[in-house]
Ligand binder design. Sequence first.
Ligand SMILES: *[C@@H]1O[C@H](CO)[C@@H](O)[C@H](O)[C@H]1NC(C)=O
Ligand SMILES: [Cu+2]
Length: 502
Amino acid sequence: MGWKSKLCTVLLLLSVLLAVNASLDYTEKDPELKQCKDQCRHQRSFDQQQRQHCEQRCDDYIKQKRKQEKQQREGGEGGTSFNKYDQEQQQQQQQQNPYLFEDEDFETEIETEQGRVQVLQKFTEKSNLLRGIENFRIGVLVTKPHSFIAPHHLDADCVLFVFQGRPTITMVRGEKRESHDLERGDILRVPAGTPVYMINRDENEKLIIVELLHPVSLPDHFEAFYEGGGEKPESFFKAFSREVVEAAFKTETDELEKLFRQQRQGRIVRASKQQIEKLSHPTRHGREGFWPFHGDEPSTPISTSSKTGPFNLFKKHPSQSNQHGRLFEADSDDFEQLKDLDLRVSFANITRGSMTALQFNSRSTKIAFVLDGEGFFEMACPHLASQESSQQQTSDRPRYQNVRGDLRRGAVFVVPAGHPLTTIASRKGNLQVICFEMNAKGNVKFPLAGKKNVVSQFEREAKELAFGVPVTEVDRIFNKQTGEFFLEGPNNQEQGRLWSVV
Ligand SMILES: *[C@@H]1O[C@H](CO)[C@@H](O)[C@H](O)[C@H]1NC(C)=O
Ligand SMILES: [Cu+2]
């Protein structure tokens, strides 16, 4: 049987397989995809190219399937909204929710046996409404234990967040080299153009890193440049002409070719236990004393400066904490590396069945990445509503459109400044989200429900004038919820009926 027909059998088999356990990783979120790829890997007769081709076919197949499923879902029903246009509106917004990104919106930049890098499409590719953040990109890196990510530099500033695994990252800064052993909860800035390599020193855990990228050359596009390599990854040295390289290295081409030909395993490879040990460099305070015994030559000093080191989000006191969730935040006061990007990084751990109080950010536009759990968000957006009414020439449409998006691991959603939002965790488990918030300086989070909500701070007369009812009525509603920030969620969310019509 030729390998192509084998592939067909594999795909056929897969299309009848239904219930499989959910896989716990971003690289192969879809159990069907994982299985498909496993099959490719276990075809003995395949050479590497055939295997890759086979895996690519799996990707394409799943993408196609996802698209079809999505189309079907969109024909179906959404939640019930508070206002009277609910059904019609729900259907429309499901089709065109420009604020939600899912699997099929990611592109795979790197994929090897050991790991994968995925980059989210440009924000403006989805919608013009996102052009305020067009200069930012989101990436995800996932590797197996004991991996090595080949040395490279990016033409983009990068702020990374470690969700899982134990990476050691080494950066070359001018004549200095510095390494940082990172752990869960660490944030680190890798300045644009810094040559960097990384390992996952954990023996058992996968590495999961989420990155915010800010390109410095083209506004919305970045590239990686690999110093080392052979056939795969291809080193940028190979782009130069023979004479130039010979002169630059004072070496004959034959010898150079030997050097730049061997590596074939790609940009993420497996490292041995000994190599991992050598590449781990504890430079944290309190662990610095290990240095002379760590096998590092004194001629290449390792920096211990906290100015360039990581900041651990989870070691800071949560800024909000109750039984319904916890919020950890860091801005440039906590971590100077966030200053020139004017960025705040926050991590919300919303307890199962709970929600965040309706609220909005005064200046910040937020990019949120779902690390774990399921749930949904709802947002009020005047932009979408006005786009629609201009098409349909109707004046009795609501001014704010309900934007709702289902959230699951790996989803990304964007919340523009000023937009009221709530995020709800399903009853199945905690919803854990990492957020990058732009325009951090001077931003205020305004609660719209619960303690300290905006309306309760209005003067008596203002309340009456604004709502046209006695102040007691306004206060009765706005003071009833005594929780703050994280609240008990809706009861009947499983049916997808969030607010019932009164
Ligand atoms: C989120 O909360 C759950 C439940 O309290 C906990 O098990 C989990 O470790 C938390 N996540 C993080 C990253 O702290
Ligand atoms: Cu809007």
